[in-house]
Design a protein around this ligand. Structure first.
Ligand code: PEP
Length: 246
């Protein structure tokens, strides 16, 4: 399995940010892990053009569940594909919170992504209150069961475990807590998808930075990271890619 370093630029970036892409490509012309950046929809085509013939993959941060139609302001999976994307992040906790996205909607969006030929990065994770209540593993089981359609393979699905309380806060779970959840996700996927699940990438996300990346990547069943803030600067994201390429 090739591990994956994925960056989520969220609602950040402009044409000028392509300089960071060039800097990243200068550092890692051919990393031994996969390297993906998901800029805002406005930059997908431009980034895909900048990354042409390089090892950098480009993805979207969301797509509509429908292929086309009267959905003002939305972007379809086919449009992302047409713009040069290979992946799309779905069910990020910020979308689940800001846009009331349910597991069912994430499931429908995943089907749409697959129809367009995109690999879906489906996000799951507990809030701090849910962790304190001791329901983390059962909540994650529900999110996986509800958000992932039948037909998942290691080519069309990546899971990102992102504790909501760790996103953008500088706080991270202990390595034991990360390992416990990743083992649980692997077991759930294996129960449903059989031996295929061994090759599905499980990313950890939530305040990953150059200083903690290596220890997180050493946790069994962590196959890479989904990185927010630290993916905006080539120096930081490049250091995370380097930690994963070891
Ligand atoms: C994210 O938004 O997916 C994320 C993990 O953010 P950060 O790395 O900034 O915590």
């Amino acid at each position: 399995m090739k591990r994956l370093a994925a960056g989520n630029w969220k609602m950040n970036g402009s044409s000028a940010s392509m300089a960071e892409v060039q800097a990243l490509l200068g550092q890692h012309p051919n990393p031994s892990c996969e390297m993906l950046l998901c800029p805002p929809a406005t930059l997908v085509a431009q980034m895909a053009w900048a990354a042409k013939s390089s090892a950098l993959l480009v993805g979207g941060q969301d797509c509509h569940a429908n292929a086309s139609g009267a959905h003002t302001g939305d972007v379809s999976a086919a449009m992302l594909k047409d713009a040069g994307a290979s992946h799309v992040i779905l069910g990020h906790s910020e979308r689940r919170a800001d846009h009331h996205e349910t597991n069912l909607l994430v499931n429908q969006k995943t089907i749409s992504a697959w129809s367009a030929g995109l690999c879906a990065i489906v996000c799951v994770g507990e809030t701090e209150a849910e962790r304190d209540a001791g329901v983390t593993l059962s909540l994650i089981s529900d999110q996986l069961a509800g958000s992932i359609p039948d037909g998942a393979t290691s080519e069309n699905l990546v899971i990102a475990y992102e504790p909501v309380w760790a996103i953008g806060t500088g706080r991270t779970p202990t390595l034991v807590q990360i390992g416990e959840v990743h083992d649980h996700i692997r077991a759930q996927l294996t129960a449903r998808f059989g031996s295929n699940a061994a090759e599905m990438r499980l990313l950890y996300g939530g305040s990953v930075k150059p200083s903690n990346a290596a220890e997180i990547f050493a946790v069994p069943n962590v196959d890479g990271a989904l990185v927010g803030g630290a993916s905006l600067k080539a120096a930081d994201f490049g250091a995370i890619v380097a930690a994963l390429s070891i």
